[in-house]
Design a protein around this ligand. Sequence first.
Ligand code: PEP
Length: 263
Amino acid sequence: LVSREHHPARSVVRVGGVPIGPDTLSVIAGPCAVESPEQTLTAARMARAAGASLLRGGAYKPRTSPYAYQGLGEAGLRILADVREETGLPVVTEVIDPGSVELVASYADMLQIGTRNMQNFALLQAVGSAGRPVLLKRGFGATIDEWLMAAEYIAQRGNLDIVLCERGIRTFETRTRNTLDISAVPVVQRLSHLPVIVDPSHSGGRRELVLPLMRAALAVGADGVMIDVHPAPEAALCDGDQALLDADMQEIAKTATVLSPLM
Ligand code: PEP
């Protein structure tokens, strides 16, 4: 269902009226985790000022350590909905278990499946039936074919509004948080009609790598990027090292403005 063999034209996925796909450069930005109403609203304003058309932010955080910040849960979803009201930005947020899909879908414009859950098949089937577009991140240990088969689980439930997100894979390299598999973008675009975006924040894991990796993503034809921003990264409860500040966001805005007419 997600293959180009049966659907040669590349698809456009609409999220709260915002198109993601060929001929547009979509910037999704916001905090890694929702921490408070003020932090989320400030980050959303930073995102919007830099040209972002969608707000990201996790209310449920699947952390490696059970002692790390796990997110605000439903209170975080309410904050995201309030910030959408205030800024007009549709909300993309992660859902981590099948039992909370309905709840998350009642607040979110797009459901995110994180790297750790790419092969959680019950979750994929649940979001496939939830009536919301899905952002499917690549598993950090998944091949491209496994990633596309994960998308197939969602599509099989009747939901073809899927955007794929390359967010880096695990290799022997330790200087970056993950290795951005830039070749995945054109490879997937040949195999599948679904839009493909890149998350340079979770790939590089460090602020100074976000802009160069964003440029690389757009150079190979990615349909957009997903970027972490935070008003005070040094105090962030999650992934502060990779969060962009206001000044960095100006660079993102310039890059997006220069490159979008070329898309
Ligand atoms: C995220 O985008 O908030 C996230 C946790 O990303 P990933 O699943 O790619 O690690």
